[in-house]
Design a protein around this ligand. Structure first.
Ligand SMILES: [Zn+2]
Length: 495
């Protein structure tokens, strides 16, 4: 059970997608657009209303007190102040960063999250009763809590429209914080509930989507759920926002890059496709270049022919290089290599200096180039022959093909995931180790990434095999490495 501490959320994007009735969606997507298919356009097509990844956005944080809450009035007062700093404080108010200050820096000032922690919402059920609707009524147990909390806020406080920055009639993002210990600490206090199916999942952190009808003018949709106790995870006297930052990554639409099958009865697939060292993997460090590309925070240089470029530290200004599989579609929903110069500075400094919670791996503490292989191509799905689900019919080779599929109301999705049992085909994103240029990180089970995986001065990647074909003459050489820049020589693309 201890191992669960390594995995800080449970989100079920594929299951959720399958639950959608496609006829009820696709209300706001301009499918006439023929170039530059963005991740946001695709997410809207699927029916998501994500926290907008750029601009000014207001987050509504509602702390929830159950009727069997074990915290005193004084403790609740102290924790409220702690939560305010965790979400919206300045960096110096926290042990590392707040949700707001992290996203300001990680996005290079493209995303400005403000908001408020509301008064406590007192819910008239115990933790056990609140979770029981899952068993009695087969509904997600946080749905009634969310709806009651939003209705309560709407009746007693400000207009909800201030939390809808993009005017789509949905609250940009909601955080429900339950004022109870998470997981095993709760069970230590309540051994009588040890055997309650799914209560362990309920007492963790996850991100979900409310797709039921509501009478509200401004409705909830994307929301995260987590214990106030996560703000104490670092065991320092100052607030810790790591878990809240990770889940907020999901509110923005990002996937998990760790392998959910890893924990499955210890007999599942034991690979770690990107080696753990990322905010959407083990909840540590900054977001990687792929995530930032999806969120429109960076504009990578796309290399189409032999070229030598200078690459500056990714922390400084978000420079990244894309080596496409052959031709480039112009969309992040494609297959490519993405390169960034990692430095143990800025948002990487804390977690590469100290082991988070004294049990997580430390981030790389050397400089070097990270090379990721991304395959986030979209695919067209049809009903499986045995009608028990959907199956991949074909990859959609271009943004135009994707737009045509959207226009015809076809079911499309990103084909790959880093969890083998979720993936229809291959891995979504893998970190390519410099120790063996042609071996996916996925082939090194059990281990987290370390400094040897970075490409340093003189390192070379040659003849890479993409999912679509082997680029036998492709050569990427790293040279002139200094603390915050290096040169990258690329030749032989598409030969
Ligand atoms: Zn997650």
């Amino acid at each position: 059970m201890k191992l669960k501490n390594l995995f800080l959320c449970l989100c079920l994007p594929f299951l959720f997608s399958c639950q959608f009735n496609m006829n009820s969606l696709k209300t706001s997507v301009d499918v006439s657009q023929k170039d530059g298919l963005t991740y946001q356009t695709f997410r809207k097509y699927l029916g998501y209303h994500d926290l907008p990844s750029t601009g000014n956005s207001k987050m509504l944080v509602i702390p929830v007190v159950f009727s069997d809450c074990s915290l005193s009035e004084q403790e609740l007062k102290t924790e409220h102040e702690f939560l305010e700093k965790t979400f919206f404080g300045k960096s110096e108010d926290t042990y590392w960063e707040s949700v707001s200050s992290f996203y300001q820096k990680s996005s290079y000032n493209n995303l400005n999250i403000t908001g408020k922690v509301s008064d406590y919402f007192y819910y008239n059920k115990t933790i056990y009763e609140a979770n029981k609707v899952y068993i009695d009524e087969k509904i997600e147990p946080t749905y009634p809590i969310l709806l009651n909390a939003i209705n309560w806020y709407n009746q007693n406080y400000d207009d909800l429209s201030e939390f809808d920055s993009d005017g789509d009639s949905y609250i940009d993002s909601v955080w429900l914080i339950y004022m109870e210990d998470y997981y095993s600490d709760y069970f230590n206090e309540h051994p009588e509930y040890q055997d309650v199916n799914n209560l362990a999942d309920f007492l963790w952190a996850y991100t979900y989507w409310y797709d039921r009808p509501s009478d509200l003018k401004i409705k909830p949709f994307s929301y995260s759920w987590g214990s106030y106790q996560f703000s104490h995870d670092a065991k320092k006297s100052l607030p810790d926002a790591h878990t809240f930052i990770h889940e907020t990554g999901h509110l923005l639409g990002l996937d998990d890059y760790y392998n959910y099958d890893y924990t499955a009865s210890f007999s599942g697939d034991r690979t770690k496709p990107i080696g753990g060292l990322d905010m959407m993997d083990l909840n540590i460090l900054d977001h990687c270049s792929y995530s930032k590309f999806l969120l429109n925070w960076i504009k990578p240089t796309v290399v189409g022919e032999d070229e030598e470029l200078t690459l500056n530290a990714f922390q400084n200004n978000g420079e990244a290089i894309i080596v496409p599989v052959s031709s480039w579609s112009g969309s992040p929903l494609d297959e490519y290599l993405i390169l960034e110069l990692y430095t143990p500075t800025g948002l990487n400094e804390e977690d590469s200096t100290n082991s988070y919670c004294n049990r997580y791996p430390k981030g790389f503490d050397k400089c070097g180039v990270k090379i990721y292989h991304v395959d986030s191509r979209l695919g067209l799905f049809t009903l499986a022959n045995n009608s028990s689900g959907i199956q991949l019919a074909s990859y959609l080779s271009s943004p135009n093909a994707a737009y045509d599929a959207m226009k015809n109301d076809y079911y499309i999705d990103i084909v790959n995931s880093n969890t083998p049992s979720f993936s229809y085909d291959k891995k979504l994103i893998t970190l390519l180790s410099s120790t063996n240029v042609n071996v996916y990180y996925a082939n090194r089970p059990y281990s987290n990434a370390d400094n040897t995986d970075l490409y340093k001065d003189g390192a070379k990647l040659k003849g890479y095999t993409f999912h679509q074909y082997k680029d036998k003459d492709l050569t990427i050489e790293i040279d002139n490495m200094s603390f915050d820049s290096c040169s990258i020589k690329i030749s032989g693309i598409g030969k």
